[in-house]
Ligand binder design. Sequence first.
Ligand SMILES: *Cc1c(COP(=O)(O)O)cnc(C)c1O
Length: 396
Amino acid sequence: MGNNIVTVDNHKLQQEQIQQVRTPRRSTDYQQIALYKDVNPLDWEDWHWQVKHRICAKEELTQVIKITPPEEAGLRKAAGRLSLAITPYWATLMDAEDPACPLRRQAVPVADEFAVSPHEMVDPCAEDRDSPAPHLVHRYPDRVLLLATEHCAMYCRHCTRRRLVGDNEKEEINPAQRFDAAVEYIKSNRKIRDVLISGGDPLVLEDDEIENLLKKIRAISHVEFLRIGTRVPVTLPQRITEKLVNTLKKYSPLWISIHFNHPKEITKRCKIACDMLSDSGIPLGSQTVLLKGINDRPYIMKKLMHELLQIRVRPYYIYQCDPVRGTQHFRTPVATGINIMEKLRGHTSGYAVPVYVIDGPGGGGKIPVGPNYILSQAKGKYVLRNYKGKIYTYLE
Ligand SMILES: *Cc1c(COP(=O)(O)O)cnc(C)c1O
């Protein structure tokens, strides 16, 4: 039945996925949204269909949410900067009435995005300065960051790489050769044992493009460890197909870090995508950006971490929101992050406690920040406090 409409990697699995999509844990059934009511479930499950039908203009967005004046102003200006792109999947998770909806705020631009506040920069982490070859950032001696694409399934309004990322960029002429210089650089630097492929979102590339890149990097004998940074399991879970998973699996050890910001992002559909990755032996970690009004309350962050463990994603980092231009409305004081860490450590499973970091402005790399547990330190003696504030002395 209808199996020939889309490329179905595994008919049975797909049927099961559709079944589960019909009974989502959180999310309205997509067919309840007028814009999507006639969409065939097999199309809905096809990631190319999702990408092709992304919301990229105000006219479509008005059919999904009730746009407020600040959003209206944001939409007017979004053209030419970090583009507007919202997958139909994500659109169904946004609250149509509430502009404070955490998913809506991450996807819909507001006027504040076009204000530049003190200390904000175009490239806060000085990645362009530390780039020895196109698409490559080399900051730490033993590992590099490879920016595999400028595109994402959805454009997050808090994006730290908004200087590079969006759908306005013109395509490069020679896609097959675009990483040649980066690969050569890694090849010629034997200290590099870890390659982090990010972007943009590398998983919006086609399967063969991903495979070509992984193959080239895997062929370098001193590269021990590959990782991918992505948001696709959250913004476009349909992209995690059996075919993709089988490709990724071949390049083990390959780890994946997934950008999650709010418990509402963990839907049944997202869980299926994460399960497929985990079941194929890919360890999953999370990266979360601390965002004002979205996840800056300790109970929300704790809930997110607990739900991540339930879908077998190990919390890895919480980032202080980088001082990138136009993100002031998302940024919290550092004390907010430290307080969240205080409320996690000791109060819940150690596995649910990520590391809170500030990416040192100007290119310092990730610097851990958190509560102080050392009250005093003298020769042979540490005075410590525990998570309850009780004091202990450790003698060396
Ligand atoms: C985040 C990052 C890495 C990886 O850092 P880890 O702490 O090892 O996860 C590597 N290079 C750059 C430039 C980065 O920003």
